[in-house]
Design a protein around this ligand. Structure first.
Ligand SMILES: Cc1cc2nc3c(=O)[nH]c(=O)nc-3n(C[C@H](O)[C@H](O)[C@H](O)COP(=O)(O)OP(=O)(O)OC[C@H]3O[C@@H](n4cnc5c(N)ncnc54)[C@H](O)[C@@H]3O)c2cc1C
Ligand code: SF4
Length: 268
């Protein structure tokens, strides 16, 4: 890992301003960004540690909406009784993800911004060709082992898939991501619009500007959500990152199947 500047802002606006000031990344739970720095996929000059910002750690319910602060841990949301009762598909998508140790560290904002698990993307020393990592360099996966790559939504430039679970459930129930910028303005983006298809620019993954931070996710509460379920198809349910078969779902099957099951579950 290369050297970097480490900042510890005490407010959300400080954090946004610091991050906007140069090649920089937020550090939330650190379970993705530190991995990417260790395998030389990302090399930020600065990390802005937002993990202690209490303002983004609330889970609140109104009559129509569940609002989840960006720094709520996956395990905190999964163990929230109201989330389990009123949003079972979201609860299911959380407890089936990663391991208990990871869920205790990983945040909701960081989960939405995790990057692909394409093995070629994460091994720059062996596979220099990766348009997502280095635009214009090619795609090692096209002629490689691509069992876990995209059937739908890929392009000639990139066939990687998004590996997260939570975003699938959020998309099915029309959730919105709340972004805040350096001018203290907020905008809301539907989750399905937040994730960009690779097309000719696979290095651009999310609809988020350099001076924006995810501050919350808002989920409309509905009868459909209350009677929902999230189903994950994978090689096996147990977690063991040492073996060749990893815990992430077989995305090309899991995503459409999960959404279909959720849609069938509508009963209002
Ligand atoms: C072995 C392993 C198995 C896993 N299995 C699964 C799985 O089965 N399902 C699943 O869904 N996930 C899985 N994950 C991914 C895991 O859920 C993510 O690593 C985690 O959610 C990231 O959250 P974090 O808080 O640690 O993010 P960080 O590592 O701190 O940050 C990740 C990225 O998000 C950015 N970021 C963080 N917070 C914000 C914010 N508020 N606004 C804007 N940008 C932000 C950071 O700058 C960074 O680029 C797995 C991870 C590992 C290591
Ligand atoms: S599929 Fe995408 S992420 Fe994987 S090697 Fe090709 S360009 Fe890179």
């Amino acid at each position: 890992m290369n050297t970097f500047i480490f900042k510890t802002p005490t407010s959300v606006d400080d954090a946004i301003n610091l991050n906007a000031s140069g090649p920089s990344r937020f550090l939330a739970g650190g379970t993705t960004i530190l991995d990417l720095m260790k395998c030389n996929v990302e090399d930020p000059q600065q990390l802005v540690d937002i993990s202690r910002l209490k303002a983004l750690r609330d889970i609140t319910f109104t009559q129509n909406t569940m609002r989840i602060g960006a720094l709520v841990r996956m395990s905190e949301l999964a163990s929230h009784a109201e989330c389990q009762r009123r949003a079972p598909a979201i609860y299911d998508s959380l407890w089936q993800a990663a391991s208990p140790q990871l869920r205790n560290m990983a945040t909701i904002g960081g989960n939405l911004r995790q990057r692909t698990r394409c093995a070629y993307f994460r091994d720059p020393a062996t596979f220099p060709a990766c348009n997502k990592r280095q635009p214009g360099s090619g795609c090692s996966a096209l002629d490689g082992i691509n069992r876990g790559h995209a059937i739908l939504g890929g392009s000639e430039a990139c066939v990687a898939v998004y590996p997260g679970d939570l975003a699938v459930a959020l998309t099915a129930f029309d959730a919105q991501i709340v972004l805040r910028n350096a001018q203290q303005q907020e905008r809301r983006v539907p989750v399905e619009m937040f994730f960009l298809l690779p097309q000719h620019t696979p290095h651009l993954e999310h609809d988020i500007a350099a001076d924006e931070m995810i501050v919350a996710v808002e989920v409309p509460l509905s009868s459909a959500l209350k009677h929902s379920h999230y189903m994950k198809v994978r090689d096996r349910a147990s977690y063991d990152s040492r073996r060749p078969v990893r815990p992430w779902g077989l995305r090309c099957m899991a995503i459409p199947l999960a959404i279909s099951v959720l849609r069938w579950g509508r009963c209002d």
